[in-house]
Write a protein that binds this ligand. Structure first.
Ligand SMILES: [Zn+2]
Length: 408
């Protein structure tokens, strides 16, 4: 049993802060939340319990190469077959690579994150390696595999006629056995027929795709098929997650809204590549369901606290007003309760009695937080990894500050 007394808890799907006399976990479940009054500011500090964060876009595989693509374009750094990422990943031994993965999953837990959706390279081997790392740390790795090698030549892609070969289909089936789903880098990496084949074979699995990261994604797709990459993705592949939407125009935002697509943004990674910032403000006003991620380890630390801060500030700038637009709670939801129902697992992203005990404890007794006049704004924009005292997933302590004890 874990117990916290006299703290603040963000309660329910709306993440409203309340005084909490007692918060109790038995085994993997929240069994008791004794709520007091709503409370959005502090005088003398408090512990603050938030839902455990979810990072909805990672490539933990290249976290072994921090800042390795500094000075490179997206194409030079990340595209197959010869981008820096793929050349360097091929050089890692299994033992070295596993050690890096485990260390970075532990770092995520140390920053309040209980789970992530990973876009794992290196085919079946890559997905298996991440599964091993997740098992060692208790972090929930939702793994989306991709083909080890691109299954089509450039001329086959230009003709856009062939389907996947028998060996590629066999690799796909093997991937879907070990991974939670499928993703490829871009729609332009496969033919239309291949996307339809993948859709049919992945009915009970998650499907995701990177779209509109830069103008080239749309332009290439238009040149080959007459349709943009987002339009093709929605028509042929029906993805559960669309990643990036960095250069989405008004028509494309309309498509994302009409289909209520789960859109994963990662503005720090876009900025780090010198790309435009995603249209966060228009998307917040649409019917799309927004999630947040940190993208490649090569580009960013997998620290969602930093991503929340950056996203909030960019969104405020895009709204162009100091008014409460966006409300900071709508940014925090992108890493918590907006996950509910998306992954089809026991993931709620919010805290109520009877739900899984997935939470982090923040130290709002620290000098820079203890007199906050807006708890949610301070969580989103001032909290650093040093302020995380504990991270718990399904009742299991993934990280605990050595100076802090969750009462047993
Ligand atoms: Zn990605």
């Amino acid at each position: 049993m874990l117990t916290l007394k006299d703290c603040i808890v963000l309660h329910g799907k709306d993440l409203r802060p309340y005084q909490c006399h007692q918060f109790t976990v038995e085994q993997d479940t929240i069994t008791h939340i004794d709520l007091g009054s709503p409370c959005n500011q502090l005088e003398q500090g408090s512990l603050v319990i938030i839902p455990g964060l979810y990072n909805s876009h990672t490539h933990m595989g290249d976290s072994c190469l921090p800042d390795g693509t500094t000075g490179m374009t997206l194409e030079e750094g990340f595209f197959r077959p010869n981008g820096y990422k793929y050349r360097e990943l091929g050089k890692q031994t299994e033992a070295e690579h596993l050690e890096h993965l485990v260390a970075h999953l532990r770092y995520m837990a140390r920053t309040g994150t209980v789970g992530h959706i990973d876009f794992r390279e290196q085919g079946v081997y890559g997905s298996q390696l991440l599964r091993q790392a997740a098992d060692k740390t208790g972090v929930n790795s939702v793994i989306l595999g991709q083909f080890n090698q691109l299954p089509f030549t450039e001329s086959q892609l230009q003709e856009n006629r062939d389907g996947l070969s028998d060996s590629a289909l066999a690799e796909l089936d093997a991937l879907l056995t070990i991974a939670d789903g499928f993703s490829e880098s871009t729609m332009n990496d496969l033919t239309d027929l291949a996307w339809q084949q993948i859709y049919l074979r992945s009915q009970h699995k998650l499907r995701a795709i990177h779209c509109l990261e830069n103008e080239g994604y749309r332009d290439t797709s238009l040149a080959v098929t007459g349709r943009g990459d987002l339009e093709r993705a929605l028509e042929l592949y029906q993805p559960h997650l669309v990643i990036h939407a960095t250069v989405a125009n008004a028509a494309e935002i309309g498509m994302l809204s009409a289909h209520r697509v789960n859109v994963v943004l990662n503005p720090r990674a876009n900025a780090n590549l010198g790309l435009p910032l995603p249209p966060i403000a228009p998307l917040l006003q649409s019917q799309a369901n927004l999630l947040l991620g940190t993208d490649n380890g090569l580009l960013n630390s997998p620290n969602m606290l930093a991503e929340l801060d950056f996203t909030y500030k960019v969104a405020k700038s895009q709204f162009g007003s100091a008014a409460l637009r966006p409300d900071p709670v709508d940014i925090l939801k992108m890493a918590t309760s907006n996950l509910h129902g998306v992954l089809g697992q026991d993931i709620y992203g919010y805290l109520e009695v009877g739900l899984p005990a997935d939470f982090a404890v923040l130290n709002f007794r620290q000098p820079h937080l203890r007199a906050t006049r807006h708890i949610l704004a301070s969580i989103v924009s001032r909290t650093t990894p040093d302020d995380v005292l504990a991270t718990v997933r399904q009742g299991q302590v993934l990280y605990q500050d050595p100076t802090f004890a969750l009462a047993a």
